[in-house]
Design a protein around this ligand. Sequence first.
Ligand SMILES: Nc1ncnc2c1ncn2[C@@H]1O[C@H](COP(=O)(O)OP(=O)(O)OP(=O)(O)O)[C@@H](O)[C@H]1O
Ligand SMILES: [Mg+2]
Length: 251
Amino acid sequence: MLECRNVTVRFGGLTAVKNMNLQVQQGTIHSLIGPNGAGKTTLFNAITRLVQAQEGDILLEGRSIIGERTEDIIRHGMVRTFQNLQLSPFQTVRDNIMAGLVHTWQGGAWSALLAKHSRFMDEAADKVRAAAELFGIQNRLGSLVAGLPYGLLKKVELARALAGNPSIILLDEPAAGLNNDETAELDEILTLLKSRGQTIVLVEHDMSLVMRISDAVTVMNFGQLIADGRPAEVAKNPDVIRVYLGGDYGA
Ligand SMILES: Nc1ncnc2c1ncn2[C@@H]1O[C@H](COP(=O)(O)OP(=O)(O)OP(=O)(O)O)[C@@H](O)[C@H]1O
Ligand SMILES: [Mg+2]
């Protein structure tokens, strides 16, 4: 479904991602873990073409996307969320989720005035509602984003990512800042999405969540791959244990 082959990303003299390989199978939850600064977000940025990889190739459904623009990649069905929320605070929840559908508009500027546009808007409203219902936030669609609690904002961002029915979603630390109940809810939602065939790539520091829901886990340290496999195998890997015991995690 998604494949990184020997991807290297440098920022000046710093190599943030070095010769990384990643193979995400369709319909799985694949977690990418590693200590702070390991290069996880940078690899997401390279995959979604927000930064340029200097070496290697990235394939989506067998096709190289290394030369494509971010907008094209979204059109191919790959969407992401950000480690720091990226919502428009002075718009409503509805408008923020709707922003996830802009790329699905097939008409040009002129046809925006025509019936085609009103049909698009009706369908978009249905998709926004369906995405909001998945997260139980349908009664908040009219609220301004500014001032809403953090856990709810995380749901808005996930709803926006999912509104356009992506084939693969990349989530950068969706559980960060959530309390236990909210994390349990996230666990349920990700499991539900997987049962519907959704492919999910997850960067996450919450190891109990990662170990519980992942089909596969890839571990990075200093930009490089150090382990790859099923959660139980990876958890036993001596290199992984060393990295985590040496860090702040203790597990
Ligand atoms: N735009 C940039 N310019 C320069 N250096 C960068 C840039 N983005 C990331 N880096 C550096 O690349 C390295 C990898 O950072 P990255 O954000 O990918 O790590 P991460 O694994 O996502 O960490 P965290 O778990 O803290 O989010 C770090 O040393 C970081 O400082
Ligand atoms: Mg990061």
